[in-house]
Design a protein around this ligand. Structure first.
Ligand code: KIV
Ligand code: ZN
Length: 506
């Protein structure tokens, strides 16, 4: 033991992160993320906002059943019905936490809540006490705390503490505060709170000060920090877990604190999330971006060759970026593949491993060497994550060019047995192929967006396509992987269709 103070990490990827546009996940995906968060060692997994929808309620309920070590928090407003429903969703958890919030700034109280200060205090007392009667662990959050009158914020937090709150959270809801102000606020609260209840901090990144504000709060004595993987969240996002964890670890000589984060699972968590949501990362994203460990300039490369310490303060292996000397290819067997998968930090059940190996073999037939990035892409494919493949691609032929409109002939296999073929014309090859598929599956879906990017280098680079559909108002993300851009696109579309069908069945 180092004797350093322990900081609790609350991850809100599945609540604050998931509610941001473009990041919605289905139940299976949320469970996959929750399992990874537990492997990552987060202390508290905020699983969702159960009153926001039946789907969210169900997801929180299911996450509560599978998570064993981490605390599972359900989030709701300081409203009696929210408390009741949220508790109903998390009561099956091994370690449940009720997390409820109300705004304490004048702007929010006057324009949004239309409540007086006195009414807000009464509501806090009433709902926190009710939450406490149901659940031992209760977190109270003051929304827009950083724009609240300090005296009133203190009153609100003390009211929650008197009613039984076990953690009080100071939210920088609109990303407004500066690091010195944050330091001063948390220090002052620590001195003035009626009881030594842990202070949590929750920041947004609107002015790009999220990490600095979180670290300032830690220096001032905050005991819990709230964050999301890859910093996803409303507007400019929440503070990124990997950035806070690595800053606290790398500069532990300065902060003298530690977290329970298993650093080697960071890269895997980041990858899993961007795979599932179909939202990539900017290459220069700290810690997990593709260029975070790339050294292009001659001066840097020269320094790195002499000693890594010249330009690298982080070790890629520390966050689980495994650098292997052994190249996999079409002659590699299941054992070598499984070993590499494990080295990359993935723990797959047998069925998923079989599926992944099958996909790896198909890919290896078409590429000379399979890199770790290829393997990660294979592992990230939704087939491996276990989406039932009602439709699979058998063949396609496209005819297109600058002087003719595109025509696609696509043949899908339904339920592993029935072949269905369709022909369609379109604005280009992808549009024609998607229209041919529409004619086969005959579903009420709308394509919202489609993107393609290469994820490896070279002429035979692997393409990863993401199709975002909406089906009965639900956003669905499909992914497809292939060395051919059109094939990757078709696979992503078919994958999204399969997900839409699976959603209808669940
Ligand atoms: O940003 C915010 O205010 C929140 C809650 C913790 C209230 O997400
Ligand atoms: Zn938030």
């Amino acid at each position: 033991m180092s004797g350093n103070r322990k900081i609790q990490i609350l991850d809100t990827t599945l609540r604050d992160g998931e509610q941001a546009p473009g990041y919605s996940m289905n139940l299976k995906e949320k469970l996959e993320v929750a399992r990874q968060l537990e492997r990552l060692g987060v202390d508290v997994i905020e699983a969702g906002f159960p009153v926001s929808s039946e789907e969210d309620f169900h997801a929180v309920e299911e996450i509560s059943k599978v998570v064993k070590r981490s605390v599972v928090a359900g989030f709701g407003r300081c409203v009696m019905e929210d408390v009741r429903r949220t508790w109903a969703a998390i009561q099956g958890a091994a370690r449940p936490r009720l997390h409820i919030f109300i705004a304490t700034s004048e702007i929010h109280m006057e324009y949004k809540l239309k409540m007086t200060r006195q009414e807000v205090l009464e509501r806090i007392a009433e709902t926190v006490a009710y939450a406490k009667s149901l659940c031992e662990d209760v977190e109270f959050s003051a929304e827009d705390a950083t724009r609240s009158d300090r005296g009133f914020l203190l009153q609100a937090l003390n009211t929650a503490i008197r009613a039984g709150a076990t953690v009080v959270n100071v939210a920088d809801t609109v990303g407004y505060i500066t690091p010195p102000e944050m330091y001063s606020l948390v220090s002052w609260l620590k001195e003035n709170l009626e009881a030594p209840v842990p202070i949590s901090i929750h920041v947004h990144n609107d002015l790009g000060m999220g990490v600095a504000n979180t670290l300032a709060a830690v220096e001032a004595g905050a005991e819990q920090v709230e964050c999301t993987i890859n910093g996803i969240g409303e507007r400019a996002g929440n503070v990124a877990l990997e950035e806070v964890a690595m800053a606290l670890h790398t500069r532990r000589d300065h902060y003298h604190v530690e977290t329970g984060i298993n650093l080697r699972q960071i890269y895997r968590a980041s990858k899993l999330l961007s795979t599932i949501t179909g939202v990539g990362l900017p290459p220069n994203k700290p810690i997990v971006g593709a260029n975070a460990f790339a050294h292009e300039s001659g001066i840097h490369q020269h320094g790195m060759m002499a000693s890594r310490q010249t330009y690298e303060i982080l070790n890629p292996e520390e966050i689980g970026i495994y650098q292997s000397q052994m190249v996999l290819g079409k002659h590699s067997g299941r054992h070598a593949f499984a070993q590499r998968v494990e080295e990359l930090g993935y723990l797959l059940p047998k069925e998923a491993m079989d599926k992944a190996f099958e996909r790896f073999k198909l890919l290896a037939e078409r590429r000379r060497e399979i890199t770790d990035r290829d393997i990660e892409a294979v592992l990230g494919s939704s087939a491996v994550l276990g989406v039932k493949e009602t439709y699979s691609l058998k063949t396609f032929v496209i005819n297109s060019g600058t002087i003719i409109s595109a025509t696609a002939v696509v043949c899908l296999i339904k339920d592993g047995t029935t072949e269905i073929e369709n022909v369609a014309r379109g604005e280009g090859p992808v549009d024609a192929a998607f229209k041919a598929i529409d004619g086969i599956v005959n579903m009420d879906t709308k394509l919202e967006s489609w993107t393609i990017r290469t994820i490896t280098e070279g002429g035979d680079a692997l393409g990863e396509a993401v199709s975002k559909l909406s089906c009965n108002g639900h956003p669905i993300t499909g992914r497809g992987l292939a060395p051919d851009a059109i094939e990757a696109s078709i696979r992503s579309y078919v994958n999204a269709i399969n997900k839409a069908l699976a959603m209808g069945e669940s």
